[in-house]
Design a protein around this ligand. Sequence first.
Ligand code: AMP
Length: 484
Amino acid sequence: MAENSLGKTKSMYPKEECGVFAIYGHVNSAELTYYGLYALQHRGQESAGIASFDPCQTHFQVCRGMGLVSQVFDSHSLASLQGTMAIGHVRYSTTGSSTLLNAQPIVVSCSKGELALAHNGNIVNAVSIRRELENKGSIFQTTSDSEVILHLMAQPAQEDTFSSFLNALQRVKGAFSCVLMTTKGIFAARDPLGFRPLCLGKIENSYVVSSETCAFDLIHAEYMRDIEPGEVLFIGEEGLKSYFINVQTTKKAFCIFEYVYFARPDSNIAGLNVSKARIQMGKELAKLYPVDADIVVPVPDSGNYAALGYAEQSGIPYYPAFVRNHYIGRTFIQPTQLIRDFSVRIKLNLIQEAIRGKRVIVVDDSIVRGTTARARVVNLREAGAKEVHIRVSCPPHRYPCHYGIDFPNPKSLLANQLAIEDICKYLGADSLGYLSHEALIKACLEANTEFCTACFTGRYPVDFDPDFDKMILERRSFFEHVTK
Ligand code: AMP
């Protein structure tokens, strides 16, 4: 496989990981949402937005922008977000056409009044629903799958808001953890299989909803419980009401990759702390792939806890020899010939003294395209490592994700293209060991859920549109036959 074909595909696909937050009944709703989004920043760095509502006024206030939470909001924009309820969103929008139009919350005015929606996940039948609605004359504002929920709600006009939301959720398939603000209150809903996390908390007398519990810690909210798969909560004047989407399944399919990589280590999901799961993955990995070595080095930050577990289990000292620069943000400086490995070194640098002459076990959470792992092996060799053994705290990624994580075209997934021995050669390592599927499940045994492991097994818990790819809503040509 050509090196640049692996790297090149990366920018062609969107990343759909997102974070959502909501609060009802608090005078500082927008401010608390802003802090909540700060805590959820790891779930999406492309755009951020908040919509708020003050019952004394008639319209929602909205502020959305491209970039990090700290770049999108300032004291003026926060001051303009008045009201006692608010919802917020952080997103990786489509990389191909990174656009403000796709930033959320999506705010519309329709037969149900004003609505604002923030969604995490992928709706796998969004294309066919959108085609059907466009055939009936709907005009879409965005190229985001989330917008179909609002269009489904808008018609028929005589249906009440609650029924229209529930009916819309019954039509969409795939992954959705979402919050919807109306002028009467806030809905929070999770798809029937519970692919993405969503939890409920309380601050003073107000309810808060967040993708992850780490946002509650920041604002001193008390965690109450996870929102159940298939549950639709309504938070309004009369407090909290819980309903369920009418589906014939008791199966759950929480994305196990949230534990491996995506969620923050200080979050608890389904009763299991994420860092604890990662430490356990590292321990299992050490049992499966032991090797004589001098140090265990994590690839920060995603490999930190698994490396700790590996070191604990193996008795080999843990040494965080890669030093991460936390202050990069976005850089538009082009690497020059003089500094060829600029992009690699600006992010991570090695403590060479710790590495020289050592047999190193380097632990990372996952290998997707292999670009990162390959670069790390080069760094370690240049620093004088005697041996480099790669250990990965999840199984090989062989299949794309259709439910909200950016594992793109199978051709750009290294393990889809190469056998394990060839991956090891490609990475330039002395040995390579991936955690097995069984051991991964074992590491997450304390979680009170079943899992989606489709990216490792190819067994997809929800059928998806075979035409679907993550850029499909970007390609107008796909809809052309609608008008013919
Ligand atoms: P690579 O193998 O170079 O494509 O990158 C794999 C690394 O990227 C892993 O070590 C993870 O820390 C991180 N990663 C894993 N999954 C994703 C994803 N869906 N989007 C962005 N980064 C990811």
